[in-house]
Design a binder for this molecule. Structure first.
Ligand code: NIG
Ligand code: FE
Length: 414
């Protein structure tokens, strides 16, 4: 049996979830076997038997966190919407642009015209940006294809990205993102089409969860429920874009279906918070979209805290409301704009983000978890949220293997 030891690190284990103080262990060590952590603790307590057949790495006092998890992205799409950004700066609102046929629909048009190879190139750039900041797991939603063939195309690109990079990607089918032109004025007809896509996409191994954009410019609760029922029939967990621009009561419905997460939530009601607490649904907060759309109504953070609803943080990386590929910037914005503590924010991209994806094998530094780790050239984990615009990552370890850019020097084999 051979082990890999990382020692001389300050560990932010994140074992205590959102309420503890990072689960810090000074002068810590972790032991890896194959892809998993088998021991985590203070170096002084490291059992001697691990050293017999181990390769030891000196972390040189780096801070070690779990690999970061971006639990809500729309990473695969073609084109950009810089022009709409200009329109908004000239007075148009996000909703007005969407109603006039721009918004999601304009990205759908570009994405339908793009080949799989073209989508790969643009999406890979965004993926690399996320990975450069320590992301080891992410979710990618479809929703810019809006037909079986084009949704499958985007989901295949997501699967291929995962095959060729040291990350795990969860695919979420978001067919109910907007009504495509061929179903103009027939949202119900399109929802029937979305329902019919679930089985073939699942059969092709392309989907891990199902999401809906429940909103006055998206779909009603009734339409959402049809999609949820079909997802449930195929054993797929559900998630919801809920209460972003209005209180559409989506969270109540999602909670009834045991949703993994409800995302955005600026207009979430007290009743919605209570329902999410009861169903164990994670609140995914998206400070990039809040910032970029210049929202003024904050998600009900105090109420979420009071009801102990876990809060995840994510980029929502997409061309319309959050053209952002920096998870570290989201940590900062979660604190400055939404008043989360740096500890809550870091839990929001580690342990809580794992929960939002239904993944139990990652998100903390703990024996039995995957050996996905990031080493940072900082002392205090709050610095990750504090120093916006910088990237102190030294190295990422994914499934036990060190990823460049910089391998810590002076590793020694025993
Ligand atoms: O999460 N709200 C719906 N979907 C995306 C925006 C998509 C777009 O504008 O292209 C979001 O904000
Ligand atoms: Fe989104």
């Amino acid at each position: 049996m051979s082990f890999v030891i990382w020692e001389n690190a300050r560990l932010a284990t994140m074992q205590g979830g959102q309420s503890d103080t990072y689960g810090l262990i000074d002068d810590g060590a972790v032991v890896i076997q194959d892809e998993s952590l088998v021991w985590v603790g203070p170096r002084a307590q490291l059992p001697a038997n691990f050293r017999i057949t181990a390769t030891a790495h000196d972390a040189k006092k780096a801070l070690m966190t779990p690999g970061l998890i971006d639990c809500h992205t729309h990473l695969v799409y073609a084109g950009d919407r810089a022009h709409e950004f200009e329109l908004r700066l000239n007075g148009a609102s996000y909703e007005e642009i969407a109603r006039a046929g721009g918004g999601i629909k304009s990205t759908v048009q570009a994405t339908r015209l793009a080949s799989e190879a073209q989508l790969w190139v643009s999406s890979e750039k965004r993926l690399k940006n996320l990975m450069a900041e320590g992301v080891t797991t992410l979710e990618i939603k479809s929703g810019y294809g809006l037909s079986l063939a084009h949704e499958a195309k985007c989901l295949r690109v997501a699967r291929q990205l995962a095959q060729h990079h040291p990350v795990q990607i969860r695919n979420t089918f978001l067919g109910a993102h907007a009504v495509p032109p061929e179903f103009e004025d027939n949202a119900d007809g399109y929802i029937d089409a979305v329902v019919s896509m679930i089985e073939p996409l699942k059969a092709q191994g392309l989907v891990d969860a199902v999401d809906v954009f429940c909103e006055r410019i998206g779909f009603t609760c009734e339409q959402t429920e049809k999609v949820f029922k079909e997802a449930q029939r195929w054993g797929l967990p559900v998630k919801l874009h809920a209460e972003q621009l209005s209180d559409s009561q989506g969270a109540l419905l999602a909670a009834q279906y045991g949703a993994l997460s409800c995302d955005h939530l600026e207009w979430l009601s007290e009743e919605g918070v209570a329902a999410m607490a009861a169903s164990g649904t994670v609140a995914v907060l998206l400070p990039g979209a809040f910032y970029f759309l210049r929202e003024t109504k904050l998600p009900p953070i105090e109420s979420l805290r009071r009801h102990r609803v876990p809060m995840a943080i994510s980029t929502d990386s997409n061309p319309g409301s959050s053209p952002c590929t920096s998870i570290l910037l989201m940590l900062n914005m979660a604190c400055t704009l939404m008043r989360l503590t740096p500890q809550e924010a870091l839990a929001g991209v580690t342990s809580v983000a794992a929960q939002a994806l239904g993944l139990k094998d990652r998100g903390t530094l703990q024996a039995g978890q995957r050996a996905d780790l990031v080493l940072w050239d900082i002392e205090n984990p709050a610095e990750l949220a504090y120093a916006f615009g910088s990237n102190p990552r030294v190295a990422t370890v994914w499934g036990g293997r060190v990823q460049l850019p910089q391998t810590i020097e002076n590793s020694q084999s025993k």
